[in-house]
Design a protein around this ligand. Structure first.
Ligand SMILES: NC(=O)c1ccc[n+]([C@@H]2O[C@H](COP(=O)([O-])OP(=O)(O)OC[C@H]3O[C@@H](n4cnc5c(N)ncnc54)[C@H](OP(=O)(O)O)[C@@H]3O)[C@@H](O)[C@H]2O)c1
Length: 115
């Protein structure tokens, strides 16, 4: 642990697996207080068991930003990592709802405020 981020609080959305989990691990390793968010509570707990003493908040960034910030008292580092294209398929078979959901996840979630 290098402690260069000691005293800092970091929030990593999509921190339960993949790139987000790796970032959360690195931030924790540098001494930050780390909060991870994602939809699947079991995946969050699995990640926390691997990483260490971090805070898990089950939240869908498309709609739970206010809920998420109930658990975030201060914020020094924000990693807007949650994203993906899970709802998109072949263009001609992908409905408007899927496009909207994809934009909510990858674009508007970043802009949403806590208040
Ligand atoms: N891997 C690549 O090659 C690559 C390339 C370019 C860009 N990216 C971008 O990098 C980011 C991470 O990629 P990855 O490959 O590590 O993704 P991943 O393995 O699919 O992990 C995605 C993470 O985001 C969470 N997530 C998904 N939808 C969410 C939602 N609505 N609300 C909250 N959390 C949500 C997932 O948890 P839950 O499913 O439990 O919510 C998971 O923790 C994404 O934004 C992706 O688009 C990745």
């Amino acid at each position: 642990m290098d402690n260069s981020l000691r005293g800092k609080t970091a929030l990593v959305t999509g921190g339960s697996r993949g790139i987000g989990k790796a970032i959360a691990r690195a931030l924790y390793g540098a001494g930050a207080r780390v909060i991870i968010a994602g939809r699947d509570p079991k995946a969050l707990i699995r990640a926390a068991k691997e990483i260490g003493e971090i805070i898990c908040v089950p939240a869908d960034v498309r709609k739970d930003v206010k809920k998420l910030f109930r658990y975030v008292d201060r914020l020094d580092i924000l990693v807007n990592n949650a994203g993906g294209m899970e709802h998109l398929g072949k263009f001609e078979k992908t409905g408007l709802a899927a496009w909207k959901s994809t934009f909510e996840l990858n674009l508007f979630s970043v802009r949403r405020r806590r208040r």
